[in-house]
Write a protein that binds this ligand. Structure first.
Ligand code: FES
Length: 134
């Protein structure tokens, strides 16, 4: 399975509606699903700046599938994680997004995902204490 991204908005409006907690719960659910899988699904959960759908948050996108979720709650974590891990989209949670808006976001995602992924790897790597001889 090609790499798939679950991008969760970390913008101020989504954050105020719980997107950070949601993102951590999604990370945990995906890690648990990955451990239970025999096919090693390649899914990365990333924080994203803002999808410009601020009144409908918390927002998340499974990419490159192009499936948008809005108004997520912690009750939705398992369904969204299952989709990100290779299942079907959680159809009752899928948001209808204007095609031109989605295409513009995908163009930006194509440019920014490598940087977001590098940030995520840095975040996930435990800090090493440096030894200073002086
Ligand atoms: S703050 Fe989440 S879409 Fe803008």
């Amino acid at each position: 399975m090609p790499r798939r991204y679950l991008l969760v908005c970390r913008g101020p409006n989504c954050k105020a509606q719980g997107s950070e907690d949601l993102r951590e719960r999604l990370r945990a659910a995906i890690a648990a699903g990955r451990e239970a899988s025999t096919t090693e699904p390649d899914v990365v959960v990333l924080a994203y700046t803002c999808f410009d759908r601020c009144g409908r948050g918390p927002n998340a996108v499974v990419y490159p599938d192009g499936v948008w979720y809005e108004a997520l709650t912690t009750d939705d974590v398992e369904d969204v994680a299952r989709h990100a891990l290779g299942g079907k989209p959680a159809s009752d949670l899928v948001a209808a997004v204007d095609a031109s808006h989605a295409e513009e976001c995908y163009r930006i995602l194509d440019e920014t995902i490598p940087e977001l992924e590098a940030d995520e790897q840095q975040r996930a790597t435990p800090r090493r204490r440096s030894w200073w001889p002086f």
